[in-house]
Design a binder for this molecule. Structure first.
Ligand SMILES: Cc1cc2nc3c(=O)[nH]c(=O)nc-3n(C[C@H](O)[C@H](O)[C@H](O)COP(=O)(O)OP(=O)(O)OC[C@H]3O[C@@H](n4cnc5c(N)ncnc54)[C@H](O)[C@@H]3O)c2cc1C
Length: 321
C-alpha cells in the first residue's frame, strides 16, 4: 500500500514510475488467501481512517465499490480484560470483495513488473540501477528510488549504501504473526463476529464471512499474539495449528473441517517510527512503509503518499535546473 500510494502521488504530478513487486500481484500484508471453495483475509483485518487525505482516498475506494465499512460485532475476551476499552466508536473498513481489492485497482493503473524481487541496488552517476532475482539487471536507469518494503528487507538492500537514511530500518523492530484460516461446512454462530483476545496464544479471531461482499465457505481467521508468534516462529505449521486450534476451542470456536496456517515473518512493528518517510535528497533515495509512520494500513498509505509528493517536488526542481 505504501509503494502504491507513492507511485499514485508521482503519477498525479505527471511523473512516471515503475513498481518492482516480488509477488504475483500487489497487496503485500493486505492479503487474501483464495481457493475455489473459500477466501480469507489473512493479513490486515480492517483499516481505520483518521488522516483527511487518506479519508478522501478511502471515499474514492468506497465510491468505486472497492471498500466498505465492516459493521461486525466486535468484543474483547475475556470480558473483564476489556474494562475501559471501547470497541465501537471507530469505523472499520475492509476491501470488497477482498481485502486486496483497493491495491489491485491502484496497481492496474500504474506501470509495474511483478515476480521481480529486487536483489541489489546501485547508484551510479545520478542514476539508480536495479537488479532482480528473476530478470537480472533492469535495462533502464532511474532518477529516484523508493523502497516500500518491511524494515528488515530494506536494511538488507541498504547494507552497502552510503546514505543518511541507510540506518533508519535498524531502528524499527518488526514482529512475526502466526495466522490460521479455519473452514466450516455451515455458518458458525458465536456471540460475536470478531474478538480481541487478551489471554493465551491468540490475540484476534474473526468471522471472515461477516465482512461485506464475502462469498464461499464459512471461514474464520485466528491470529496469534506477537509474543507467542515470535517465540514459535521457527515451529512447523502442523504444531502451530494444533496449539492454536486448542486455544480457539477454549474460546468456544468449534473444530473446523480444514485449516491452513500462514507464518508472517514481519507482520507489525513493535516500535513504529514517527518520521513518516525517509528521504536522501543527494541520492534521491526514499523509504516509506508502515514501520516509519505508526504502523498499520493508514500509516503505510500516508507514508507513501507524503514521500511521493516529496519526490515529485525534488524531481521537478532538478528538471528546472
Ligand atoms: C497478520 C496481520 C494482521 C494485520 N492487521 C492489521 C489490521 O487489522 N489493521 C491495519 O491497519 N493493519 C494491519 N496489519 C498491518 C498492515 O497489513 C500493514 O501495516 C500494511 O499492509 C503495510 O503496508 P506496506 O506497504 O508498508 O508494506 P507491505 O504490505 O509489506 O508491502 C511491501 C510490498 O513489497 C514487496 N516486496 C518486499 N520485498 C521486495 C523486494 N525485495 N522486491 C520487490 N518487492 C518486494 C512485497 O511483496 C509487498 O507487496 C496487519 C498485518 C498482518 C501481517
Amino acid at each position: 500500500m505504501a509503494g502504491l500510494a507513492c507511485a499514485q502521488a508521482l503519477q498525479a504530478q505527471g511523473i512516471r514510475s515503475l513498481i518492482f513487486e516480488k509477488s504475483r500481484g500487489p497487496s503485500g500484508r493486505m492479503s487474501t488467501r483464495r481457493t475455489d471453495q473459500w477466501q480469507c483475509d489473512h493479513g490486515a483485518q480492517y483499516f481505520t481512517v483518521r488522516d483527511a487525505v487518506f479519508q478522501a482516498e478511502v471515499a474514492r475506494w468506497q465510491a468505486a465499490g472497492l471498500a466498505a465499512p465492516w459493521h461486525g460485532n466486535i468484543t474483547i475476551l475475556p470480558a473483564h480484560s476489556g474494562a475501559g476499552r471501547h470497541t465501537q466508536p471507530v469505523t472499520r473498513y475492509v476491501g470488497v470483495p477482498h481485502m486486496t481489492s483497493p491495491a489491485h485497482a491502484l496497481y492496474a493503473g500504474l506501470d509495474h513488473t511483478d515476480q521481480s524481487t529486487v536483489q541489489s541496488i546501485r547508484h551510479d552517476r545520478g542514476q539508480w540501477h536495479i537488479t532482480t532475482a528473476e530478470h537480472g539487471l533492469h535495462p533502464a536507469g532511474f532518477d529516484a528510488l523508493v523502497l516500500a518494503i518491511p524494515a528488515p528487507q530494506a536494511a538488507r538492500l541498504l547494507a552497502t549504501q552510503d546514505s543518511p537514511v541507510a540506518g533508519l530500518p535498524a531502528q524499527a523492530v518488526m514482529r512475526g504473526c502466526w495466522t490460521l484460516m479455519l473452514q466450516y461446512v455451515a455458518p458458525v454462530r458465536m456471540d460475536f463476529d470478531a474478538a480481541f483476545v487478551n489471554q493465551g496464544p491468540i490475540s484476534w479471531l474473526a468471522r471472515n464471512s461477516s465482512k461485506p461482499g464475502r462469498s464461499g465457505q464459512e471461514c474464520w481467521v485466528v491470529q496469534a499474539s506477537p509474543t507467542w508468534s515470535e517465540a514459535h516462529l521457527g515451529q512447523e505449521a502442523a504444531w502451530v495449528t494444533t496449539q492454536l486450534l486448542e486455544a480457539a476451542a477454549l474460546l468456544g470456536l468449534p473444530a473446523p473441517v480444514s485449516s491452513t496456517a500462514h507464518r508472517w515473518r514481519y507482520a507489525d512493528t513493535e516500535n513504529a517510527l514517527s518520521v513518516q518517510f525517509g528521504w536522501d535528497a543527494d541520492k534521491a533515495l526514499g523509504l516509506c512503509g508502515d514501520w516509519l509512520n505508526g504502523g498499520r494500513v493508514e500509516g503505510a498509505w500516508t507514508s507513501g503518499h507524503a514521500l511521493g509528493t516529496q519526490v515529485a517536488a525534488a524531481l521537478r526542481r532538478k528538471a528546472a535546473g
